[in-house]
Structures are given as structure tokens and as C-alpha cells.
Write a protein that binds this ligand. Sequence first.
Ligand code: BES
Ligand code: ZN
Ligand code: ZN
Length: 480
Amino acid sequence: MSIIYSKNKFSEKNLNLIVSLKDYSNLGFAKEVKNLELFKGEKEEVFQSNEIKESSLIKTLFVGIGEGKCNEEIRKSLAKAVKLIKKDKTKDINVYLDFNKEDEELTKKVLVLFAEVFTMVTFKDTVSKTDVEEEKEFTAYVFTANEVNNGQEKLDYGVNIANGVNLAIKLVNAPPNDMYPEAFAKIAKETAKENGFEADVITYSKLQKMKAGLILAVGESSENKPCMVVMKYNGNGDAPYTALVGKGLTFDSGGYCLKSYPGIASMHTDMAGGAAMLGAITAIAKNKLKENVYAVVPLSENLIGETAVLPGAVATSLSGKTVEIANTDAEGRLILADALYYISQKEEVEKIFDMATLTGAAANAFGGICSAIVSNNDELYKQLEIGSIKSGEKIARMPLFDEYRDSLKSLKADYKNLGNIKGGGIMTAAAFLEKFVNEKAWVHVDIAGVAFSETEKTYTEPGATGYGVKLMYYMLTKEF
Ligand code: BES
Ligand code: ZN
Ligand code: ZN
């Protein structure tokens, strides 16, 4: 797949896409279909015209983006058209952004959004299939009514964001026998090398020396030992860092509190938070954002067996606090607690985000539409909210009352990994994490309901959605 900015005058190919606004002073390329009232340019409106010219079929898709004000409206509109293009046999398409000549900002924005959507919608994750049809290699030549001098840069910028999402999707879809802690860490290291950021792996033996007792308690159940990847991107000198911490459970069987089928069969996706943070830092580095970012992924399997942690066991966390592991299936908060504590100890870290497929409660609460947010800091939450609007990835904030904090009392340890109230699973899990952030500004994103979908989504095929990459990216960039 390639997207090429073309400075020549727009010329028709066998397959063309005309992107049009609802209001356009001289009706532009869509003049005829608009005059005939076949097409208005409303958001998500698509009209296809077929013409025979010199014995060849010219297909032209007109897509409306309405007023062109909201990023997600623009993306959704473009996705509708790109899905039709994906089904077509034609490999090369000409795309024309037909905006008013003076609309330079809009042109630049839609170049980025088109590249994002085109890269995501045409992405096919074939995983391990052997009988796949050969994929067609798309090339989109993009023309703009308003010629901009950094057109290719804008397209590449959008491709880089979408490639971060596609990387996360690939990792989450990979089967658990391929995607174990060390395999994830290896990919993180390779990705870092290719994209200009650092990645260190804290190995199993280092975790033992550090006494990261909660990661070790979860991970000791498996031959595939746990580890933790610490990635660092320096794009803004000595400025403070934002830390992105993602749950990297490469398989969650529930441990002795064993899960049952069919739920257990999708638990290779329990590293989606970690994959999203890796995808985000990759896009951030590739687009050279002026930000300082850490991404931390604690990686572990949660299995059953002779060495697996027993329900009721007490483990000592990296912070020194003791935890009663009342339920071995509440393992995400355990590995995250050590990772959060580890990164919160760094002086240069000012803000912390964590992302995790943490609770069934979050998966059930919102019907797969949004993630659940819990935060100890209104200002940082606001920053995420802006990122959500710009990225189109929806969020809903939940409260963090003292009652949730108090529900984690244990009779035999400092805390229990389970709330002793009925319900409130999203908040009790978050309240547990809060105990390990060193009182730093922190936002927790529970993606249990949105990381994976049985059905096709706006930009993705059934399977992993890559949710969270764009949320983190747009939260950290100052651009549109
Ligand atoms: N990985 C699961 C959460 C999950 C459930 C993710 C469904 C995606 C879809 C997590 O580790 C878990 O098992 N949580 C338990 C916690 C409970 C034992 C307190 C849950 O939510 O049931
Ligand atoms: Zn679990
Ligand atoms: Zn889990």
C-alpha cells in the first residue's frame, strides 16, 4: 500500500474518489452531480457514478464530509468510501480533495485523516492462514484543489499513526503460543530500533533481583517467564516525561480461579493495553513529536499448575506493600501495580496513563462503545478528553470515591486484589492501581470492552481493534 501526493492537475483514472464538502462556493469537481441533486456532500454520503469513456469504465465515488469540522466525522465518511474501494478490483486510484482554494488548513488535515483511514481500512491481518488470496497492493495518488507544499509529509504523518494502530492489531491477534512475554519484548526492541526510540528489557532474573513480587507472583505459573519492557522517547529535551503503562498479559487463563470457555479462548488479547502503548510510542517517535514519553509493558502469562500462585497467597510488591491475592484472575492489576510503581519512582515522570483489558465490568458496562476512565487528576483527565475528541476513540469517566479505596482492605496484608463490596469492579480495580502511582497525576483506561470485537468495526476487520493507539497519540500532540 502506498499513498502518493501528486502535484499535477487531477486526471481521472478507472477508479476515482472525490472528497467534497457540503458547502462549496463553486461546487468543484462534483458540480454536475450536485446540480443534478444526486449528491450534496453531507457527511458519510457516498454517490457512485459510472461512465464509459473511450471504451473504458470510469468509476467515480463522491464522498461528502459535511462541514469538515469534526475529525471523526471526516474519518467515518472516508472509511465508507475506502471500504468500497477495497472491494473493487482496481489497484490504483486517484483521490481528489476538492475544497475551496483558500482552505489550506482543511486540506492538510484531510490529507492526514485520509492517509490514516486508507492505511487502516486496507490493512489485512492474515495471521496464520495458508490459503489466503493474494492481497491487492493499493496505490492512492492524492491530488488537492489547493496545492500544498508539504502534501507528502502530511500523508506520511497519517500513515505513521495508522501503522502504530496496525502494529497493535497484529500483536493482539497473534495466537498465545507465538505471542509470549519474550516474543513481545523482542518485537518491542526491534520496533524501537527501527523507529528511533529506546527499549530496555527488564528480564526475569532482574525482576527477581528488584523484588517485583507482584509480577513474579503472576508469572511464576509458566515456563515462559515474565519480563518488563521499558521504552523511552526523548523529543523535548529536559522537559518532564509522560509515562504510558500497558497491561501485557499474553495469556490470562485466570490461574486457579480458572476461566471457562468461551471467554478463555480470547484471553490472548489480554496484552492489548501493552500493544497499544507500543503502537503509540512507535507513532510518536516516527512522527517526531516534541514530547518526552516512556512506555512500559509488564509482560506475563497467567496459568494454572504446580508453580502457580494460590488464591489467598500474600505477595510483596515492588513498593514493599503486601498484597493478598484473593483472586488469581485479578492479575492485571498486580503486574500493573509493580510497573506503575517502577515508573512513578522516576523523578522526570510527571504524568502517568495506564491502559488495560482490566475488568469484565468495563466490557459489560458500555456494549463495546467506549473505554472506562478513572483518574486522580481532573486536569490530566481533560487532556485525555481532548485526545478522545480528536482521535474519535470514545471514553467515559467513572468516579473514584473513598469507599472504593476502602474496599481493598485485607485481614492479612496491606491490600487485597479484590474489592469487598458488591459490584463497582471498574472502580475497585482502579483504586487498587492508584495505590502504586506515588500520588502522581494518573489516568487509568480500562479497554476490556473495546480492544477486541467479534464483528467488523468502522476501520477494522473482526478481531483486535487497535483501540488506544490514536487516543494516546492525539492526547499527546498539539496538532488538530
Ligand atoms: N483480563 C480479564 C478482564 C477481561 C474480561 C478482559 C473480559 C476482556 C474481556 C481480567 O484479568 C479479569 O479476569 N478480571 C476479573 C477480575 C475479577 C476477578 C475481580 C473480572 O473482571 O472478572
Ligand atoms: Zn484475569
Ligand atoms: Zn487479565
